[in-house]
Design a protein around this ligand. Structure first.
Ligand code: NDP
Length: 487
C-alpha cells in the first residue's frame, strides 16, 4: 500500500470563499481504515465556525449575486464544477478510497461519474425552473414564482462522502440556494476538495461552505442555527429523528434519508444467473455500507437451497483486499467500530438460529484494517433482528418465501421502506409486485442503479423527501403566489 504514504494536504474549513482554520485552532486526524494509518489532519469546526459559515451563506443568499444571477450563468458555473470533478477524478477517487476504505474501482469508475453527472444534470435545471400562470379570474393576472428556500444545511454520512456532496449541493445550488455542508467526521476529505473546486469553478464566496467536525457539535450547531432555512440529512434513524425534533423548534423544512433493510426478491422464474449477480452485487457493493443495500434476499422456496448455495459460493470468492488495488471488489469497512457492529450482528444472527454459510469473520489485509468477509446467513426468518435491523455491512440474510402473497407480505413487513428488487421474467408479476412494495425505489431485474434524473428516498422508517430527479427540486424551492389586479 505504498500509495497511502503519499502525503495528503491538511484539510481546512471552507467559509466565505476561503480555506481557513477553525477559530479554536482545533484539528482532528482522519484515518485510513484499511491500514489504520493517519492520512492527514483536518480543521475541526466548532459552533463559532458554523455560525461564521451560516452567516456567510445568509449574506450570499440575501445580498450576494448567486440567487440573482442569470440562470444561464449559474448553470455554467455548476457545469464547470462537474467538469472540474472529472479533471480531478484520480485525485478525488484516491482521497475517497483512503478515507472510506472502499475499492478504488468504485471511487474512480462509479462515484466520480455520479458526482460529475449531478453537477452537470442539475446545471440544466437552472434554466428550466419556473412557476405557473393560473386562470383564476379574467380580471386578474395570477402566477407563481418558484423561489429558492434560502440557506440549506446539509449533513452527510461517511458511506458515499463525495456522491452525497453532489446529491445535496448540486440541486440546492441549481435552485439558487446557498449551502453549508457538514461531512461526516470519518470522511471529510473529498467534500473539502470539492468545496475548493467549486471556488475554482466560479461559485461566489459564501455560496458553498464546508464545515467538517463532530455531529454532536458542528452538526448540532447547524441544525439549531436560526439563519438556516432547510436541513437535508442522510444518516441513521436515531440522528434523523433527533434532527427533526430540533428542526421543529426553528420550523425548518427537513428532508431525511435514513437507510433501509431492502428486500431483493428472487422468483423461481427469474433469469437466475442475472439474479445471482444482482443478489451479490446488491449486498456486497460498497461493502454493504449502502443505504439501499439488498440486505434481505427473499428467495422462492422451490429454488431456495440451490440459490443459497450459489450465493454462498460466490460470496466465498469475494476476498477482501487492498482498496487501492484496481482489481479489489471488497474493501475495508469505514472503521473498526463499524466492523465490530457488523460482526456483532453476525453473532446475533447465529444465536437467533440462522445458518452461517459464507464468511462471518474479520479478515485483515497485511495484518490490518476493518475488513469483513462477504457473509451469508441462510434460513433467516423475517422477524429476526438480522432481517429487521440495518447492519450496514457485507452481511446478507436469506429468507425463503412460498408465493407472491408471501413475498410481498414479508418484503413489506419491515420498519424501513427505502428500496426493493424483483427478479422475474413474468411481466405482469413484475409490474404488480413493483406497485405493491412499500419502497421509494423498485428495481426490476437489476439492483443498485442510480441516476441524477431519478428521485431517491424512502417511505416509512426510511424517512421522507427525495434526493435527485426533478422531484428533489421541490425540497429546495417554494412557490410564491402573485396576484395582479387588472381592473
Ligand atoms: P449518523 O447518523 O450518526 O451520521 C450521519 C451524519 O450525521 C454525520 O455527518 C454525523 O456527524 C451527523 N450527526 C451525528 N449526530 C448529529 C447531531 N446530533 N446533529 C447533527 N448531525 C449529527 O450515522 P453513524 O455514522 O453513527 O452510523 C450509524 C448507522 O447509521 C450505520 O451503521 C447505518 O446503519 C446508519 N447510516 C445510514 C446511512 C444512510 O445512507 N442512510 C449513512 C450512514 C449511516 P459525525 O459522524 O461527524 O459525528
Amino acid at each position: 500500500m505504498s500509495d497511502t504514504l503519499a502525503p495528503v494536504r491538511p484539510g481546512k474549513l471552507i467559509i466565505n470563499g476561503e480555506a481557513v482554520d477553525a477559530a479554536s485552532g482545533r484539528t482532528f486526524e482522519t484515518t485510513n481504515p484499511a491500514t489504520e494509518e493517519p492520512i492527514t489532519t483536518v480543521a475541526e469546526a466548532g459552533a463559532e465556525d458554523v455560525d461564521r459559515a451560516v452567516r456567510a451563506a445568509r449574506t450570499a443568499f440575501d445580498d450576494g449575486p448567486w440567487p440573482k444571477m442569470k440562470a444561464i450563468d449559474r448553470s455554467r458555473v455548476l457545469w464547470k464544477l462537474g467538469d472540474l470533478v472529472l479533471q480531478h477524478a484520480d485525485e478525488l477517487a484516491r482521497l475517497e478510497t483512503l478515507d472510506n476504505g472502499k475499492p478504488i474501482f468504485e471511487s474512480r469508475q462509479v462515484d466520480i461519474d455520479m458526482v460529475a453527472r449531478c453537477f452537470h444534470y442539475f446545471s440544466g435545471w437552472c434554466t428550466k425552473l419556473g412557476g405557473d400562470t393560473t386562470t383564476v379570474n379574467p380580471n386578474l393576472f395570477t402566477f407563481t414564482l418558484r423561489e429558492p428556500v434560502g440557506v440549506v444545511g446539509a449533513i452527510i454520512p461517511w458511506n458515499f462522502p463525495m456522491i452525497m456532496v453532489g446529491w445535496k449541493a448540486a440541486p440546492a445550488l441549481a435552485a439558487g440556494n446557498t449551502v453549508v455542508l457538514k461531512p461526516a467526521e470519518l470522511t471529510p476529505l473529498t467534500a473539502i476538495r470539492i468545496g475548493e473546486l467549486a471556488l475554482e469553478a466560479g461559485l461566489p464566496p459564501g455560496v458553498l461552505n464546508i464545515v467538517p467536525g463532530k455531529g454532536s457539535i458542528a452538526g448540532e450547531a447547524l441544525v439549531r442555527h436560526p439563519m438556516v432555512d432547510k436541513i437535508s440529512f442522510t444518516g441513521s434513524t436515531e440522528v434523523g429523528q433527533h434532527l427533526m425534533r430540533t428542526a421543529a423548534d426553528g420550523l425548518k423544512k427537513i428532508t431525511l434519508e435514513l437507510g433501509g433493510k431492502s428486500p431483493n426478491i428472487v422468483f423461481a422464474d427469474a433469469d437466475l444467473d442475472a439474479a445471482l449477480r444482482g443478489a451479490t452485487m446488491g449486498i456486497f457493493y460498497g461493502k454493504g455500507e449502502v443505504c439501499a443495500a439488498g440486505s434481505r434476499l427473499l428467495v422462492e422456496r422451490s429454488i431456495y437451497d440451490e440459490f443459497v448455495g450459489r450465493v454462498a459460493e460466490r460470496a466465498k470468492k469475494m476476498t477482501p483486499a487492498d482498496p487501492l488495488d484496481p482489481k479489489t471488489r471488497l474493501g475495508s469497512l469505514v472503521s473498526k467500530h463499524q466492523m465490530e457492529r457488523v460482526l456483532h450482528y453476525v453473532d446475533v444472527g447465529v444465536q437467533e438460529g440462522a445458518k452461517l454459510v459464507a464468511g462471518g469473520q474479520r479478515q485483515p489485509v497485511n495484518g490490518k484494517g476493518a475488513f469483513v468477509q462477504a457473509t451469508v446467513l441462510a434460513g433467516v426468518e423475517n422477524h429476526m433482528k438480522v432481517a429487521q435491523e440495518e447492519i450496514f455491512g457485507p452481511v446478507l440474510a436469506v429468507i425463503p418465501f412460498d408465493d407472491v402473497e408471501d413475498a410481498v407480505r414479508k418484503a413489506n413487513d419491515a420498519f424501513y421502506g427505502l428500496a426493493a428488487g424483483v427478479w422475474t421474467q413474468n411481466l405482469k408479476r413484475a409490474h404488480t409486485v413493483a406497485r405493491r412494495l412499500q419502497a421509494g425505489t423498485v428495481w426490476v431485474n437489476m439492483y443498485n442503479f442510480y441516476d441524477p434524473g431519478m428521485p431517491f428516498g424512502g417511505v416509512k422508517g426510511s424517512g421522507f423527501g427525495r434526493d435527485l430527479g426533478a422531484a428533489c427540486l421541490n425540497e429546495y424551492t417554494q412557490p410564491k403566489s402573485v396576484w395582479i389586479n387588472l381592473e
